[in-house]
Design a binder for this molecule. Structure first.
Ligand code: HSE
Length: 285
């Protein structure tokens, strides 16, 4: 038996669509695995009633298949599905680490990234690594082609999760298929600024570097109250605001002392738009 806990993650961070990701210090999924002749899955926890236990349809089924590691897999969800906080990635990453240990496969965390990404293909149709990479490696990660760069980072953040669901498939469907050269130049500038901010643990640079004009505005349309929540967070001291992953969670970095105030302002703004929400006062870790 192996038990592994994996963290929520946030991908994109505005300017790093399908490239940037961060591990958050909460919430988390816990996965327990026991050897078995065939893979079976048991789900408990937040939103588990919406996740199929059929190994053909569950992300961890794909991970067990990729590692040739059949097991009885128990998943206790702490990261809500369809949240934009890397729910499927947390389960995939924890299962990859647990099954790798259970069957003594000897793979490194880096080698487990493409295996855990197989789980992402089950839910979104694409094996993107921008959530599984930080879930496995921690800190701030850059997934580029088949390679991943990870750096330690410690940035205070608020992740505000409204009581609405946005599927990754739907959120990918609204992403524009082209961008102007002006927007590409702007995005490159933001992405570079954000990466330097992560390396310097500087929330001001990270917030500035989240500014992005192609993917984020299209996805913000799917989140009731986004513009008001964004304004409220900035007024309360956030250094930037963006959609977390595919949404609907909204992410706001800020200086440590402002975190509680930013969290309360975001929850209040969602409430004014008629949407209940929960704010996680968290940190890149
Ligand atoms: N990069 C992916 C997307 C992350 O934004 O669609 C999904 O959580």
């Amino acid at each position: 038996m192996q038990t592994v806990r994996a963290p929520a993650t946030s991908a994109n961070l505005g300017s790093g669509f399908d490239v940037f990701g961060v591990a958050l210090d909460r919430p988390t999924d816990v996965v327990r695995v026991e050897k078995a002749d065939r893979t079976t899955i048991e789900m408990t926890g937040v939103g588990s009633q919406y996740i199929p236990e059929d190994p053909e349809k569950n992300v961890v089924g794909a991970v067990a298949e990729a590692l040739d590691a059949p097991a009885h897999i128990q998943i206790d969800k702490g990261v809500r599905p369809s949240s934009g906080l890397g729910s499927s990635a947390a389960s995939s990453a924890a299962a990859a680490v647990a099954l790798n240990a259970l069957y003594d496969r000897g793979l490194s965390r880096e080698e487990l990234v493409p295996i855990a990404a197989e789980g992402e293909a089950v839910v979104s149709g694409e094996a993107h690594a921008d959530n599984v990479a930080p879930a496995l490696l921690g800190g701030f990660t850059i997934a580029r082609g088949g390679s991943v760069t990870a750096v330690d980072a410690s940035i205070p953040l608020v992740a505000c999760l409204p009581e609405i669901a946005v599927s990754t498939r739907d959120a990918r469907a609204v992403v524009p298929t082209s961008a102007s050269m002006e927007d590409v130049v702007h995005t490159v500038g933001s992405a570079a600024t954000l990466a330097v901010g992560m390396c310097r643990d500087d929330p001001a640079l990270v917030g500035l570097g989240m500014d992005e004009r192609v993917v984020t505005p299209a996805r913000a349309e799917l989140i009731t109250g986004y513009d008001a929540v964004r304004e409220a967070a900035l007024d309360a001291g956030a250094t930037g605001v963006t959609v977390s992953g595919a949404g609907p969670a909204v992410l706001a970095p800020c200086p440590d002392p402002d975190r509680r105030h930013v969290a309360a302002a975001m929850v209040d703004a969602f409430a004014d738009a008629g949407v209940e929400s929960r704010a996680y006062q968290t940190r890149v870790s």
